[in-house]
Each structure stands twice: as structure tokens, then as C-alpha cells.
Design a protein around this ligand. Structure first.
Ligand SMILES: *[C@@H]1O[C@H](CO)[C@@H](O)[C@H](O)[C@H]1NC(C)=O
Ligand SMILES: *[C@@H]1O[C@H](CO)[C@@H](O)[C@H](O)[C@H]1NC(C)=O
Ligand SMILES: *[C@@H]1O[C@H](CO)[C@@H](O)[C@H](O)[C@H]1NC(C)=O
Ligand SMILES: *[C@@H]1O[C@H](CO)[C@@H](O)[C@H](O)[C@H]1NC(C)=O
Ligand SMILES: *[C@@H]1O[C@H](CO)[C@@H](O)[C@H](O)[C@H]1NC(C)=O
Ligand SMILES: *[C@@H]1O[C@H](CO)[C@@H](O)[C@H](O)[C@H]1NC(C)=O
Ligand SMILES: *[C@@H]1O[C@H](CO)[C@@H](O)[C@H](O)[C@H]1NC(C)=O
Ligand SMILES: *[C@@H]1O[C@H](CO)[C@@H](O)[C@H](O)[C@H]1NC(C)=O
Ligand SMILES: *[C@@H]1O[C@H](CO)[C@@H](O)[C@H](O)[C@H]1NC(C)=O
Ligand SMILES: *[C@@H]1O[C@H](CO)[C@@H](O)[C@H](O)[C@H]1NC(C)=O
Ligand SMILES: *[C@@H]1O[C@H](CO)[C@@H](O)[C@H](O)[C@H]1NC(C)=O
Ligand SMILES: *[C@@H]1O[C@H](CO)[C@@H](O)[C@H](O)[C@H]1NC(C)=O
Length: 264
């Protein structure tokens, strides 16, 4: 009885370890499929014969070493489109940095499988075509940097659903159309400069410096209902011209009344 008990535990433990290893083996194969199908000028130490991808450059594992959670391969001369069904199989991926390469082609549609993706750095590549229409696959997206590419088309309104978004950089692309309303309290940084955007800056983004919108065909007038004050694109809050007169009068009146009251 005791022996059976011990055996079943060993069996379960073995199954558990095998499973952990199996996902890492899958991750290894996904990475090999990626790198073997893409030109790159700097060589990597990704040795196919090593049992798993321990110690390969640019990779980070989760705490129990069973999944790859980060791939960072900046500036290694990756050229051409990202092969389909490779990176996107790393389903535990949270951080992807392929910045400063020469990757071309469209934004990979299969990245929608990367549900845990939180940090995406693809700046300084040669991506073209539209941005993904639906950003809602990536509920945890926190930093998105797609600047310095050749993306065109409009900024999808689905970005307004990214409640964890802190930084969003689309500068130096060829995006057109209007900027969607992005009422995201988490957003701390945005740069949409040097595109072909039109219309006006939505109220929700007027708190950012005007340089974030430079090099476009954008106006800073708020087309929506104006309240007494909003944040000036150049820095501090200010009162809108029409209302400032009224408020100035009110303030003056209040001061006069106060002086009178205090005088008595
Ligand atoms: C790859 O790894 C195997 C075993 O881990 C080792 O024998 C071999 O020398 C390595 N090859 C290279 C090119 O590093
Ligand atoms: C891991 O990589 C480092 C530097 O790249 C090397 O010094 C070390 O020997 C490697 N360890 C193993 C187990 O391959
Ligand atoms: C996403 O991350 C969470 C927590 O780190 C993990 O429990 C979950 O399995 C991950 N999802 C995928 C698809 O890997
Ligand atoms: C980007 O792609 C265009 C068109 O395919 C090509 O002419 C240009 O050389 C590429 N630029 C870089 C930096 O790879
Ligand atoms: C997102 O992050 C939270 C915690 O920050 C985590 O629990 C969750 O598993 C992550 N992944 C998804 C897909 O929500
Ligand atoms: C984006 O660029 C491609 C290729 O240059 C072009 O065919 C397409 O019409 C452009 N889309 C928009 C919305 O400008
Ligand atoms: C935001 O998410 C909600 C719920 O998932 C969805 O109904 C809505 O269409 C999304 N908004 C945009 C602009 O994608
Ligand atoms: C995005 O990339 C640009 C160009 O490398 C850099 O200046 C900027 O700081 C980056 N922003 C974020 C939020 O990563
Ligand atoms: C956009 O490109 C210009 C000129 O190449 C560069 O000076 C600027 O830093 C770029 N902006 C960002 C946000 O990367
Ligand atoms: C910018 O957008 C306008 C339409 O809003 C279009 O007519 C023009 O060709 C675009 N310019 C560039 C350089 O893409
Ligand atoms: C946005 O990027 C431009 C360069 O493309 C830079 O001049 C400007 O200062 C940046 N603004 C912000 C708010 O990051
Ligand atoms: C101003 O607000 C009213 C009511 O909240 C709304 O009906 C109207 O469409 C708004 N006007 C603009 C220009 O947004």
C-alpha cells in the first residue's frame, strides 16, 4: 500500500516535470522556427543541440523556468517579415523587443495569440501597412513602441480599451485620419509626432505636450463641449478666451466684495 502510494507520487511528479519541460521544448522549437526562417547579421548562441534553450541570449524564463516570458533581440540585423506561427506560439510571452532591426512586412496578425503581452518594442524597423484593428486581445499592454516604421492607415479606436496602457509611441510613421479618444488615466506618455494625422486633439489627450502631436495636420481646438478650463497643450492650465473675461469679472467682483467686507 505504502509502496503504491509512493509510486503514484513519483508518477505524478514525473508527469508534472515532463509537462513543464514539454512547454519549454515547445518554446525552444518556436524560437528555432523563428530564427531559422529569418535572416540576421549578428550570430546568436542558440545551439539547437542543447536540450532546452537555457542560456540562449535574449531570453528570460518565468520563475519556475518552464516558460519563456521575454524575448529581447534588439539590433541583431533581423531582415524580412516575421515568419508566421513562430513567435506567436510563445503563449506566455510578456515582453517582446525586436527594436532597431530591419524587419519588414505587416504587423503579424498572429500576435493576437500573445494574450499576456505587456511590453512591445518594435521601433526602428521597416514595418508597413495598417496597425491591428483590434487591440483588445492584449488586455495587459502597458508599453507600446511602434515608432520609426512605415505603418499607414488610421489609429484604431480599440486602443481606447487598453486600461493598463502607460506609454504609446507611434511617432515617425505614415498614419492618417483622426486621433481616437483615449480616456486612459494610466497613460503617462504618448508621441504621435511626424505622421499624417488630421482633425483635432481629443480632449482626453490635451493634457500632453503639443510636441507629442507635431508634424501632423492637427488642430488644438477642442471641438467638444468646452468647460471653464482645460490643460493647455503648452503646459499649464488656462481659461478659454471667451470664458476668461467672465471669470475675470467674477473674480474681480469677489475681490471687491471681500475688500469691502474686510474694510467694514
Ligand atoms: C552545442 O551544445 C552541445 C551540447 O550541449 C555541445 O557539445 C556543442 O559543442 C555545442 N555547439 C556549439 C556550436 O556551441
Ligand atoms: C552561459 O553563457 C555564459 C556566457 O554567455 C557562459 O559563460 C556560460 O558558460 C554558459 N553556461 C552554460 C551552462 O552554457
Ligand atoms: C499569463 O500570465 C499568467 C500569470 O503570469 C499565467 O498564469 C497565465 O498562464 C499566462 N497565460 C498564458 C496564455 O501563458
Ligand atoms: C524598407 O523597405 C523599403 C521598401 O521595401 C526599402 O526600399 C528600404 O530599403 C527598407 N529600409 C530598410 C532600412 O530596411
Ligand atoms: C495580466 O496581468 C495580470 C496581473 O497583472 C495577470 O494576473 C494576468 O494573468 C495577466 N494576463 C492576462 C491575459 O490577463
Ligand atoms: C498603405 O500603404 C500601402 C502600400 O504603400 C498602400 O497600398 C495603401 O493604400 C496605404 N493605405 C493607406 C490607408 O494609406
Ligand atoms: C471596448 O471593449 C468593449 C467590451 O469588450 C467593446 O464592446 C467595445 O466595442 C470596445 N471598444 C472599442 C473602441 O473597440
Ligand atoms: C520609443 O522609441 C523611441 C525611439 O527609439 C524612443 O525615443 C522612445 O523613448 C521610446 N518610447 C518608449 C515609451 O519606449
Ligand atoms: C523621428 O525622426 C526624427 C528624424 O529622424 C528623429 O530626430 C526623432 O527622434 C524621431 N522621433 C522619435 C520619437 O523617435
Ligand atoms: C496625408 O493624408 C491626406 C488625406 O488626409 C492625403 O491626401 C495625403 O496624400 C497624405 N499624405 C501622405 C504623405 O501620406
Ligand atoms: C515626440 O517626438 C518628437 C520627435 O519625433 C520630439 O521632438 C518631441 O519632443 C516628442 N514629444 C514628446 C511629448 O515626447
Ligand atoms: C455637448 O454636450 C451635449 C450634452 O452633453 C451634447 O448633446 C452635444 O452633442 C455636445 N456637443 C459637442 C460638440 O460635443
Amino acid at each position: 500500500m505504502g509502496a503504491l502510494y509512493i509510486f503514484s507520487w513519483i508518477y505524478l511528479l514525473g508527469l508534472f516535470l515532463l509537462q513543464g519541460n514539454a512547454t519549454l521544448l515547445e518554446d525552444k522549437q518556436s524560437l528555432l522556427d523563428f530564427i531559422n526562417n529569418m535572416r540576421h547579421s549578428r550570430s546568436l548562441n542558440w545551439n539547437e543541440t542543447s536540450p532546452v534553450c537555457n542560456n540562449w541570449t535574449g531570453l528570460t524564463y518565468d520563475a519556475d523556468g518552464s516558460r519563456i516570458i521575454a524575448v529581447r533581440l534588439p539590433g541583431i540585423g533581423l531582415t524580412g517579415p516575421i515568419p508566421a506561427n513562430t513567435i506567436s506560439r510563445l503563449s506566455g510571452l510578456q515582453i517582446l523587443s525586436l527594436r532597431s532591426n530591419s524587419i519588414s512586412g505587416h504587423f503579424p496578425s498572429d500576435f493576437s495569440n500573445l494574450r499576456n503581452l505587456s511590453f512591445l518594442y518594435l521601433q526602428y524597423n521597416n514595418f508597413s501597412g495598417p496597425l491591428p484593428v483590434d487591440f483588445s486581445f492584449w488586455k495587459n499592454l502597458t508599453i507600446v513602441n511602434l515608432s520609426n516604421n512605415r505603418f499607414n492607415g488610421s489609429i484604431p479606436s480599440s486602443v481606447s480599451n487598453l486600461t493598463h496602457l502607460e506609454a504609446f509611441n507611434l511617432a515617425n510613421n505614415s498614419l492618417s485620419g483622426e486621433i481616437p479618444d483615449m480616456n486612459l488615466p494610466s497613460l503617462q506618455q504618448i508621441n504621435l509626432s511626424n505622421n499624417n494625422l488630421s482633425g483635432s486633439v481629443p480632449r482626453s489627450l490635451l493634457r500632453f505636450p503639443s510636441s507629442a502631436f507635431g508634424g501632423n495636420n492637427i488642430s488644438f481646438e477642442s471641438t467638444s463641449n468646452q468647460t471653464s478650463s482645460y490643460v493647455d497643450p503648452h503646459g499649464g492650465p488656462y481659461l478659454t478666451s471667451k470664458k476668461s473675461g467672465k471669470l475675470g469679472e467674477t473674480a474681480l467682483l469677489a475681490i471687491i466684495i471681500m475688500v469691502c467686507v474686510l474694510g467694514i
